[in-house]
Unconditional design. Structure first.
Length: 349
C-alpha cells in the first residue's frame, strides 16, 4: 500500500487504522499479528488477558513463548501454511500462559498484507475454550460412567440370565437325545441361538464398557477390536504395533479406542472399505494412532468431511489435547492420524 501524499487522505487512513485498533482491542478473542518468522508485531488487550503478557512484554518476542513443550512443530506448520497463502481454521490446541499454566484455545491463522507496517504477516485469532473443555471432559466422564454401568448390567445381568437359559436348554437337549426324541434337534437349535445371544451380549458389554482397555492395555484392546471387526463385518482389518505394552493413561486409551471404533464404522458404513489398517506408532516422544482404509474417500468440501462421525473423533481428540489429522480424496480412501505428546503415555518395561 503506497503512502498517499494528500494530507486529507492520510488523515482518513490514520483515522480508520485507529478505529480498527479500537475494534481489535475490544474483541474477546486474542488477536496477534506476527512476522513470517513468528516475531510478534501486535498484541491486543484480550491477548494480555488470556496469556498474561502485556503488549510491552510480548511485542518483539517470538510467538514460540506461547507454545508448550511437545507442540513446537505446530507453530512451524502454521507459519509454513501462511507462507503458502493458506489458512489454519479453528484448530484446537494448547498454549502456555506467562505463569506456566496451560490453557485450551481455538486458533485461526491466515496471511494478511500491509498490516502494522509489515508487507506480509500472519494474523492469529485465539479463543480461550478452557472452561468449555473442562465441561466437555466432565460430560465425557459422565458418559463413560453411564456406559460402564450399562456394560456391567449387560454382562452381569442379562448375560448371566442368558447363560442360565443356555444351561437349561443344554440339559433338555441331552435328555431328549437320550430318549431318542425327534424333538432333540429343536432343543439343539435353541442352545445354538442362546449361545449366539450370549456372545452378542458380551460383545455389546465390551463395546459399552472400556474397562478392558485399562485392564489389558491399549495394544491388546485394539488388536481385539480388529479381530472383532473381521468376524462381524467380514472385512480385512489389520492391527500393527511394534510394542507389546504401552502405558497409556485411561483417558487417552479410551479416546484412542473410541476414535478407532468410529473410524472403522465410518470406513465400512460410508466408505464401503474392504481393507482397514490400524497402527500404533512410537515416534520419538509422540504416540501416533494411524487408521487408513481403501474406501470411497471424500472431498474436503463434502458433507462427509463435516459429518457427525468425524466431529465425534475431533471432539475425543480435543479431550486429550491431541492433534487429529484427516486426509481423504474421492476414490483414494481415508487416512486418520491422532498424535499425543509425551506425558500421556510411556513404554512399559
Amino acid at each position: 500500500m503506497d503512502i498517499p501524499h494528500d494530507k486529507s487522505d492520510r488523515n482518513q487512513i490514520e483515522g480508520r487504522l485507529r478505529e480498527l485498533a479500537g475494534i481489535v482491542d475490544n474483541f474477546d478473542d486474542a488477536i496477534i499479528s506476527a512476522t513470517l518468522d513468528g516475531i510478534i508485531v501486535s498484541w491486543n488487550e484480550a491477548a494480555e488477558r488470556i496469556y498474561g503478557y502485556s503488549a510491552q512484554e510480548a511485542v518483539g518476542r517470538s510467538a514460540s513463548m506461547l507454545i508448550p513443550p511437545g507442540r513446537e512443530n505446530e507453530m512451524l506448520e502454521i507459519l509454513q501454511r501462511i507462507r503458502r497463502g493458506e489458512w489454519t481454521k479453528n484448530m484446537g490446541t494448547t498454549r502456555s500462559r506467562k505463569d506456566g499454566t496451560l490453557i485450551d484455545v481455538l486458533v485461526t491463522a491466515f496471511p494478511i498484507n500491509h498490516f502494522m507496517g509489515q508487507d506480509r504477516c500472519a494474523l492469529v485469532i485465539a479463543r480461550d475454550i478452557t472452561l468449555r473443555k473442562r465441561l466437555e471432559e466432565k460430560l465425557l466422564e459422565i458418559g463413560a460412567d453411564e456406559r460402564r454401568r450399562l456394560g456391567h448390567d449387560l454382562h452381569d445381568g442379562l448375560g448371566q440370565f442368558l447363560l442360565g437359559i443356555g444351561l437349561k436348554a443344554k440339559m433338555l437337549e441331552e435328555a431328549l437325545t437320550k430318549e431318542n426324541s425327534v424333538e432333540a434337534w429343536r432343543a439343539k437349535e435353541v442352545v445354538g441361538l442362546v449361545n449366539t445371544a450370549i456372545a452378542q451380549t458380551r460383545n455389546l458389554a465390551h463395546g459399552l464398557d472400556p474397562v478392558h482397555v485399562e485392564a489389558n492395555g491399549l495394544v491388546a484392546a485394539l488388536r481385539n477390536l480388529a479381530g472383532q471387526t473381521r468376524e462381524l463385518f467380514h472385512v480385512e482389518c489389520a492391527f500393527d504395533c511394534e510394542r507389546e505394552h504401552l502405558d497409556v493413561n485411561a483417558q487417552t486409551g479410551i479416546a484412542f479406542y473410541r476414535i478407532t471404533q468410529e473410524a472403522i464404522q465410518n470406513a465400512i458404513r460410508h466408505g464401503q472399505a474392504r481393507q482397514i489398517n490400524v497402527e500404533l506408532v512410537v515416534d520419538g516422544m509422540r504416540l501416533c494412532l494411524k487408521i487408513s482404509d481403501n474406501g470411497k474417500g471424500f472431498s474436503s468440501g463434502s458433507r462427509s468431511h463435516s459429518g457427525m462421525g468425524l466431529q465425534i473423533m475431533q471432539f475425543r481428540a480435543n479431550s486429550i489435547r491431541s492433534h487429529l489429522a484427516i486426509k481423504s480424496q474421492p476414490n483414494t480412501g481415508t487416512r486418520i492420524e491422532c498424535t499425543v505428546p509425551a506425558g500421556l503415555w510411556s513404554v512399559k518395561s
